[in-house]
Design a protein around this ligand. Sequence first.
Ligand SMILES: C[S@@+](CC[C@H](N)C(=O)[O-])C[C@H]1O[C@@H](n2cnc3c(N)ncnc32)[C@H](O)[C@@H]1O
Length: 378
Amino acid sequence: MNDHRSLALATVAGVGIGAVAAALALGHGPFGAQAKPAAADARRSRSRFRAHDGASTMVVGCASNGEYFSCIDHVVREGDSVVVIRGTTDGTVSKEDDADGGRARAEGCAGAAGGVVVFEGDVWDVRALQALSAAAAAGPVSVLCLETSNLYGNDMLCDVMALVRMLRGVLAPTLRTLLVKSRAMAMHGRCFHDSRRVLALPPAQLRKVVGGGAGARAHVLGAIGVSDYRDTLALTVRGGSRVLEIGTAVGTTAFLMAEAAGEAGRVVGIDIGKLCIKRAQAAQRKRGGLSARIHFEVADAWDMAALLRLDAAFDAIYIDVGGLSGADGEFEALALVRMLCCTFAKSLRFVVIKSRCLRHHASEFTHAAAVLAEAAPA
Ligand SMILES: C[S@@+](CC[C@H](N)C(=O)[O-])C[C@H]1O[C@@H](n2cnc3c(N)ncnc32)[C@H](O)[C@@H]1O
């Protein structure tokens, strides 16, 4: 057994009992998690972040220690089995500044009926994680706190996504919430949305969720089906908008975009299929007025240099290309969205992507402020 593995298992065996004993003796955690008033308890139990449908795990990005600790208070409930992972993603043991990280906080919330174990080792070691899961004193793991030091502050989104996928596989189906202490993940959770959920928000809340002045990051809306995809135009396109549609086919949605963008607007539709673009251009010739605002061109979604030559300042980009919808499309879709967000960062406000897996992704990944807003008194 290597050093990391033995350290991890030793920690599992030692801390589980210690944590429960400490919680029994104190009744609350050393970070001050006291018994909650009844109204707060009622709010906590209604929260979608505390309920579990058994089908998905809510992944919450926390941008600071404060957010992370407050989220633990909100999501960990009495009797929960909690795992805190404090290794690093490169297999070395982390040296955290905060002596006890989330462990003490989680102990206070899980109480005597629950249990908290700490894993300090190679986060990618599936066997060690399985052993840890089997050894968890309070039964199957329901909350996982990922506070590996080299995720925090670093921009390692794809690593975290892959890690989240692996951890869910190992700890399924009981895992309710995965808290990730990572600024990059918090920003990710803030920017990815289920298009239908966003469009259903009342105006004041909508402004809070997708508002943001120049220089703010683009919001990414995951849509399923052509009508969800087109419904978002009401939010994203206004008079004067500059819109790109990637995978425009014969231009049906692009013409709707041109109507919404008005005379001052501009729409570019690209497609990898030459025949599609010929047909789109033929349809364009038949339409008098709208025609001047639209440009169709053959281009590949991944060719950022070609897209930049078309216009360097799109404020909305729509993506509707095949292969990005199934479960295997998630990383590819994320990579494309990432490239577009970086390339057009100065002007881009919205990306809409027709992709089942990204809609699913968007509804799973959230950020601490959304969780804590639910916890706040009305
Ligand atoms: C479902 S159709 C688009 C329908 C259209 N957006 C609409 O709303 O009417 C998907 C299109 O994506 C195009 N496509 C697939 N891969 C592409 C790529 N790498 N770059 C650009 N277009 C691509 C296909 O040629 C196809 O025309």
